[in-house]
Design a binder for this molecule. Sequence first.
Ligand SMILES: Nc1nc2c(ncn2[C@@H]2O[C@H](COP(=O)(O)OP(=O)(O)OP(=O)(O)O)[C@@H](O)[C@H]2O)c(=O)[nH]1
Length: 576
Amino acid sequence: MNSPLQDPLADRLHALKQRFVERLKVELVSLEAYGQKLEQQDVELESMRNCVQRLHQLAGSAGTFGFPEVGELARELEKRLKTEVEHWPDNAGAGHPGAEACTGLAVQFRALVARMKTESAEPVPDRDQAATTVIDEASLHGQQVRLLVVSDGLSELDDLVKELSRYGFNVLVLGLSDDRFSETNRAALLDNVATAICWHGMVERVARQVSGHHADAWPYLMPLVCIGETGQFEQRYRVASAGARAFFPEPVDVPELVERVETFVEEKTSRVRGRVMIIDDDRELAEHYSLVLAAAGIEPRVVNDPAQLLEALHGFEPDLVLMDIELGHYSGVTLAGMIRFHARWLSLPIIYLSAEDDLESQLQALSGGADEFLVKPISDDYLIRSVQMRCQRARQLSELMNRDSLTRLLKHSIIKQEVERERLRSMRGDYPSCAVLLDIDHFKQVNDTWGHAQGDVVIRALANLLRNRLRESDAIGRYGGEEFLVVLSNCDAPAAEHLVGRILQNFSELEFAVGEQAFQVTFSAGIALINQFAEGDQAIEAADRALYARKRAGRNGVMIYDQSMAGRSLSPADGF
Ligand SMILES: Nc1nc2c(ncn2[C@@H]2O[C@H](COP(=O)(O)OP(=O)(O)OP(=O)(O)O)[C@@H](O)[C@H]2O)c(=O)[nH]1
C-alpha cells in the first residue's frame, strides 16, 4: 500500500472535495436568490423546476463529500418544493404557491444557505488517511502466471517443472534457504506468485514460510499444492492440516494440476474484475465514484452526457451500469428503457443511484427496467462492496451463458462476435489484429486409440495452454469439437505466426500419460489479418482456408492466409 504522503488516490479525492466546496460557494448564491424570490412571492414554475433539479443534485452529492447536513437539508427542501411544483396553481406557469407556502419555503432556503455558508467557509481538512486504502491487486490472469516450486535440491519435481513451463507458466524454483525467502524479501517474492508447490515432506516448513505475511487467510491468498508419493490417508491428512489446498499423488496428472492452478488464479482475481459504467451529470460525484471503484480494482467509465450513453455502452461493454435517476433534462428511467431496446443489453444489470428515498417512487422507477436502487449518499465502502457483489454475479451468469463447459473458453457464437468487434476496434484504433483457427491434428485417432475421456484431457490441455500464453486483451473460444478460434489484438500476422508457433512447440512437447504409456499431439493453425476484411466472418473463413492449406501441406504447423488460397475448395473430398 502507498504511504499516505504519496497516495495519489487520496490526493485526487482531496482535490475533488476542494472542487466540491468551490461549487457549494457558487451554488449557495443561486439558492439564496431563489429563497429571496420566494420570500417576495416572485417566482415562476420553470425556475422552480430548475431549482428542484439543483437541490436534487446537492442532496445526492453533499453527503459523499463530507457534508451530510447540507445533503439532508437539501433533500427536505427538494421534496417540499417538488410537491409545490407538481401542484402549481397556474397552468400557464405564472403565479405562486401562496403566501404561506412561499414563506415556509423561504425559511427552509435560509437554513440551507446558512449551513452551506458555514460548511464552505471551513478549510478542507487535510486528506482523510482512512480513505487512502488502495486495493491494488493487479490481475494475474492473461499475463504469465508465476508458480513457485519449493525444492530442497532433490530431483523429484524436475520433470514437473519442465511440464508446467510448457503449459506457459513462469516457474520459479527456490530452496527454503534462498535469500528471497528471508523475512525481508518474502512479501515481495510471494506477491507475484499465484500458487506454491512443494514435496509433501516439506509441507509444514513451506507452509510456515508462505503463511508468514498473510495471517489466517493465507491458504486462500497463497494456495499451496503438495505432491506426494502414495496419497495414502495419513499423508493427505498431514498435508491438509498444514493448510495445503490440494494434493497430487505421483505420477502427477499435469493437466489436472494446471486446471487447479487456473481455478486458484480465477479465485484470486475474480474479486477485482468488473467494468462499471457510471452515468451521472454531477461531474465531481461521478469522478469520486470512479476513483473509489478504480482503487478497488474495478474498471470504471464515466458518462456525464446521456446522449453519449449508447455509443459508450458499445465501446465499453460494462458488467454493470450505475445511473442517476435524474440527469438534467433526461430521466434515468427512460434511459434504462432505451438501453433495453437492444437485445444485447437485456440482461445488463442497471442500478439507480439516486437521492430519491421514497419507496413508492423507487418501485415505480424500477418497473422501468432497472434492477436495484441505491440511495445517495452512499459510503465508499458500501459502493465498492455492492458493485463487487453484483459484478461477480453478472460475471458468473455471463460465464455460464457464454462459456463452453469443457474448456471454460468462449462459445462458438460469442468468439465469432469477438472477431467482428475486434475488427471494428482495430479499424478505429488503426492497429493490426489477427484471427487464428487452430485444429488438433488426427484427433479422431487420439479418441480411437486412447478413449474419448483422454481426448477431452487433450482439449482441456490446449485450452489451458492458450489461456496462459495469451494476453488478457486477446479472446479465445472453442470453435468446434477440437477446433479453437483465437483473436490476437494488436498483433500483426508475422508476430501471430511466431507466437502460435511457440505455443505449438510447447503443445507438441506435452506428454499425455495413460498408465505406463504416453502420447503426444500436435495442431495446425491458420492466420488471417482481420483488418483486411470487410466482415469478421470473412476473416474467419480466410483463417480456415489457411488452416486447411496447412493441413494439406503436412499438419503440425502454422500458415498465414494469402490471396492464392481465396478460390480453393474447403471440401473434405480435397483429400485431407
Ligand atoms: N474427446 C472428444 N472428442 C471430440 C470432441 N469434439 C469432437 N471430437 C472428435 O474430434 C474428431 C475430429 O476428427 P476429424 O474432424 O475427422 O479430424 P482429425 O481426426 O482431427 O484430423 P485432421 O483435423 O484432419 O488432422 C472426431 O472424432 C470427433 O468425434 C470432444 O469434445 N471430445
